[in-house]
Design a protein around this ligand. Structure first.
Ligand SMILES: [Zn+2]
Length: 192
């Protein structure tokens, strides 16, 4: 007997990093190595051209890759979004390193740190979504209605098993199938 789970699959949301990775690297060879590493890892890059851009564009959701040095130190108070630091021969201050998502010594290694960041953000969003209310039953596709779920009757209640959500009717149907399966097992045992 097959339990009919997952007829309507909850599609996992595929997380793509929205927009390019911002790169602040005043030294040309450092920028080129960072760009090659990021493009090699499948990301697009936007280079921040001057200090004003660094101060204004690093405020949002986008990930910034920044080369350590005196110019970054001057602007660090403006860094609001997530960032990865590239040492390239200059250690960041302890305070700045503590705020960074990651610190890499070599510009060519930044692709790995950015991949880790993207993966962590994807997992964090998945967890956040799982904590929200279920959207529909994984078995029959019935939509979840929070107001009806609070009312009387079990048919509108949803039960969650990890990533699978089931409406009350499907939970009842599965219970019935399980009882039938158990009854069949009992019959087989009695025959022996
Ligand atoms: Zn259902």
């Amino acid at each position: 007997m097959q339990l009919d789970f997952g007829e309507t699959q909850l599609l996992p949301r595929v997380e793509t990093f929205a927009g390019p990775i911002l790169v602040w690297a005043p030294d040309e060879p450092v920028f080129e190595a960072v760009e090659a590493s990021l493009v090699g890892a499948g990301h697009t890059v936007r280079r921040l051209e001057d200090d004003a851009e660094l101060a204004t564009l690093s405020q949002g959701d986008a990930l910034l890759v920044a080369q350590c040095g005196p110019r970054l130190d001057v602007q660090q108070a403006f860094l609001r979004g997530p960032f990865v630091l590239v040492e390239a021969g200059r250690k960041p201050s302890v305070a700045l390193a503590a705020r960074a998502y990651g610190v890499v010594a070599e510009p060519g290694d930044v692709g790995y740190a950015v991949d880790r960041f993207v993966e962590h953000r994807r997992l964090a969003r998945e967890v956040a979504e799982r904590r929200g209310p279920p959207r529909r039953c994984s078995r029959c596709g019935r939509g979840f209605d929070a107001r009806k779920a609070r009312g009387a009757g079990t048919a509108r209640r949803f039960v969650r098993f990890g990533a699978i959500s089931l409406c009350g009717t499907c939970v009842e149907a599965l219970r019935t199938l399980l009882r039938q399966a158990q009854a069949q097992v009992a019959v087989v045992e009695a025959d022996n």
